[in-house]
Design a protein around this ligand. Sequence first.
Ligand SMILES: NC(=O)c1ccc[n+]([C@@H]2O[C@H](COP(=O)([O-])OP(=O)(O)OC[C@H]3O[C@@H](n4cnc5c(N)ncnc54)[C@H](OP(=O)(O)O)[C@@H]3O)[C@@H](O)[C@H]2O)c1
Length: 286
Amino acid sequence: MILVTGASGKTGRAVIAALAARGAGVRALVHRAEAGAGVLAAGAKEVVVGDMLAADTLLAACRDAAAVYHICPNMHTGEVAMAEALLAAMAQASVKRLVYHSVLHPQVEAMPHHWRKLRVEELLFTQDVQWTILQPAAYMQNVFAYWQTIVEEGVYRVPYAVTARLGMVDLEDVAAAASLVLLDGGHAYAIYELAGPEILDQVQIAAVLTQQIGRSVRAEAIDGTQWAENARRAGQSAEAVATLRRMFEYYERYGFYGNSTVLRALLGREPATFAQVVARQAASTI
Ligand SMILES: NC(=O)c1ccc[n+]([C@@H]2O[C@H](COP(=O)([O-])OP(=O)(O)OC[C@H]3O[C@@H](n4cnc5c(N)ncnc54)[C@H](OP(=O)(O)O)[C@@H]3O)[C@@H](O)[C@H]2O)c1
């Protein structure tokens, strides 16, 4: 049985589906009981409900697990504390294998959620577990959070300059890589950057959307303050909004991209292009 933490988010569901597709048994740790149905539908066999900071929850989740795939909730300020609590539960349950879902360029101190992941990576080096660290770029699927406006209004709005260049990765490729490092062996003590095959600015992203959905889509930069107000109204915490704004500022100033060679080698095939991922999304929704 493989324990997947943070299981009910988009990453967790994708990783569960990739593991289940290869016949692996998955135990999903979810925060709230209502999330159980979603992870079972994704392919999990068992569900544990509770807080990722609670020792008893983590111990119940770790019991008899062969390995853990650890996904911290996005931008959680308790990321290091969650990792510490998980490692303590793993030690108590004698679980010796951990794959940590980190992020591309955790070294960037200007993005607090990246910096916290670097601290967790550093912690892993000191532990008596066989760790593997995956460092995915931003997911191509993040663009689909704005799918309705893209399809209905023909506008792709981003809270940074449209010249910002991103090297996004297909979440399904990330999940496939996660399943193979967990199931195939030979990946202990490896750190893998998982980036997609292209670096695209926002105008190029809009051009791919135009091509794939068959209507004209233009990229438009929206004001960061306005974006933050909308995000607060939509229920995002002040901390999350502040962290995201720092990320957007970083994207605008430096871009955010890596190299796809490692992902290509792991998968044994070309990682998906943005056009392929949009075509998949369009086929399932339009
Ligand atoms: N998005 C990207 O492009 C990208 C790229 C690289 C890496 N990452 C990393 O991928 C990770 C996962 O992101 P995601 O968007 O898939 O996940 P997410 O939806 O933010 O979080 C996963 C789940 O964690 C649960 N959760 C929140 N607080 C919890 C707690 N105290 N105890 C137990 N569970 C809790 C949430 O459930 P509830 O909603 O029920 O609380 C949520 O469903 C993040 O660490 C992110 O930094 C993301």
